[in-house]
Design a protein around this ligand. Structure first.
Ligand code: C2O
Length: 508
């Protein structure tokens, strides 16, 4: 493979993605961040120049980081932060292909814009002759306040544990907003900002890579007048499956092929699944739109939406998707049951627990450094699951005792989704799909329901496992798998990585 070098200068600046101006994170002056793109087998090099007055990191979501777990970009787990005015280089070879994204894993930075797409092409993709061009579509919820005060409020008794509601949503970083809802005098706001636009050429077939890089919101994605053929879920090639509408939760990705066979002017829609949440901001229009046009026109379409009944607040039915290649799902030799709950602490602040334990980040002494120092006992609030033996087949049984669904993401691995059920159901080991399940890295556990995930632990390192609702990361819905510590100690980390922990870090 080749080496693909990306220089990322990270700072903050004023920007108005939807007409409402605010301070956002910028990478090379861009919002959303630039696309990282390469071929399978290439080595990705990301040179980060941190011009912020705070630490940062870059996590490549869905990338295995096999052999270099210290480049996974998670403060407190796989690295110390890149300090203010510091630089750091991530360098890793990719042995996988598909649709991914990168984001800061430090505090709530990615909510304010520190993220972008990461695409790995495979010249041997079985569908490569079935499309002519590629389009990337990012879907994200958007707040008009900085995430820092929002987080402070969320972590106060006044919030009663209600997650901050987005003010808007963006498709490829754009949308419009009705400025009459903007707080008076708070900011510059221009109504009717320009929407994202996709120019279709009749007869062409597009591979659309859809990424949900939200803080909080699940979406139902569709294009009026056009069918979507799902061919990829998070790096796994699937058998072609045609849909009108596609639910996609935080952190998830899909590729669909769309044929431009219906000339005209159409809405692309990303409907925020606000039914899953208990309340919303007054100005929030949950229907996020972009324009699909065959004649480069910016006129608002008058097309009508697909109107199937899509199940709310759960993943696209995993049993409707079949892997392209035959799966050999091994039997599990270890299982962990993880219960998800909220509680109020002595100060009346709502916190989350996994197996009754709220994760507390140890910023100064990341878990992987502890592994290198031969620490074998981890503090209870580190929520560590230890897997000593290489190639252990692990089941995670997630039990959700909450009335909100949670998109759980595992670092460094993909898992098979063996089964999932909603309120009132229990996991039944005889009914799990071990024959032809799909594999992915982010799956939703339904409200009051359960999900069973299976993965092969064959990637030595320290790997986060957490709800990808960023607010829930901050209240402790985080665990970590420490896998094959003996083998981790045989991997030699780079000196500049080791040096990060001894550099001066501003108060986080
Ligand atoms: Cu996309 Cu732990 O993250």
């Amino acid at each position: 493979g080749n080496e693909k070098v990306f220089n990322f200068t990270i700072n903050k600046g004023s920007y108005a993605p939807d007409g409402f101006e605010r301070n956002v994170y910028l990478i090379n002056g861009q919002f959303p961040g630039p696309t990282i793109e390469c071929d399978k087998g290439d080595t990705i090099v990301i040179n980060v120049i941190n011009e912020l007055d705070e630490d940062t990191t870059i996590h490549s979501h869905g990338i295995s980081q096999r052999g270099n777990p210290w480049y996974d970009g998670v403060p407190g787990q796989s690295q110390c932060g890149i300090p203010s005015n510091g630089t750091f280089t991530y360098k890793f070879q990719v042995d996988q292909s598909g649709t991914y994204w990168y984001h800061s894993h430090l505090k709530t930075q990615y909510i304010d814009g520190l993220s972008g797409p990461l695409i790995i092409h495979d010249p041997d993709d079985p569908y490569i002759k079935d499309y002519d061009e590629e389009i990337i579509v990012t879907l994200q919820d958007w707040y008009h306040n900085d995430s820092k005060p929002l987080l402070a409020y969320y972590l106060s008794p006044e919030s009663h544990g209600k997650e901050p509601s987005p003010d808007n949503g963006l498709i490829n970083g754009k949308n419009s907003y009705n400025c009459s809802f903007a707080p008076p005098g708070s900011s510059n706001c221009v109504s009717n900002a320009t929407l994202s636009q996709f120019n279709f050429v009749q007869g062409k077939r597009y591979r659309i890579r859809i990424i949900n890089n939200s803080a909080f919101s699940a979406f139902v994605f569709s294009i009026d007048g056009h069918l979507m053929n799902i061919i990829e879920v998070e790096g796994m090639i699937t058998q072609n499956h045609t849909v009108h509408q596609l639910p996609i939760n935080v952190g998830q990705r899909y590729s669909v092929i769309v044929t431009a066979d219906n000339p005209g002017q159409f809405w692309m829609r990303a409907e925020m699944e606000i039914d899953c949440y208990t309340y919303k901001s007054p100005g929030l229009n949950p229907l996020i739109k972009a324009i699909v046009t065959y004649n480069n026109s910016t006129d608002p379409p008058s097309s009508t939406a697909w109107n199937d009944s899509v199940a709310n607040c759960v993943d696209f039915n995993a049993s409707d998707l079949k892997p392209y290649n035959t799966q050999n799902v091994p039997d599990a030799n270890l299982n962990f049951t993880i219960t998800i709950e909220f509680y109020k602490d002595k100060d009346n602040i709502t916190l989350g627990t996994l197996n009754n334990s709220t994760y507390v980040i140890d910023v100064k002494y990341p878990t992987i450094n502890k592994v290198y120092d031969n620490v074998t006992q981890f503090a209870a609030d580190q929520n560590v699951f230890l897997i000593e033996k290489n190639n252990t087949v692990v089941d995670i049984i997630l039990l959700n005792y909450l009335t909100l669904e949670h998109p759980f993401h595992l670092h460094g691995h993909v898992f098979w989704v063996l089964g999932s059920g909603g309120s009132g159901t229990k996991p039944d080991y005889n009914k799990l799909n071990t024959k032809d399940p799909i594999q992915r890295d982010t799956a939703t556990v339904p409200a009051l329901g359960w999900t069973v995930l299976r993965f092969v632990s064959n990637n030595p390192g320290v790997w986060g496992f957490h709800c990808h609702i960023e607010w829930h990361v901050e209240v402790g819905l985080v665990a970590q798998f420490v896998t094959q510590p003996d083998l981790v100690r045989q991997l030699t980390p780079p000196n500049d990585w080791k040096a990060l922990c001894s550099q001066k870090h501003n108060k986080l």
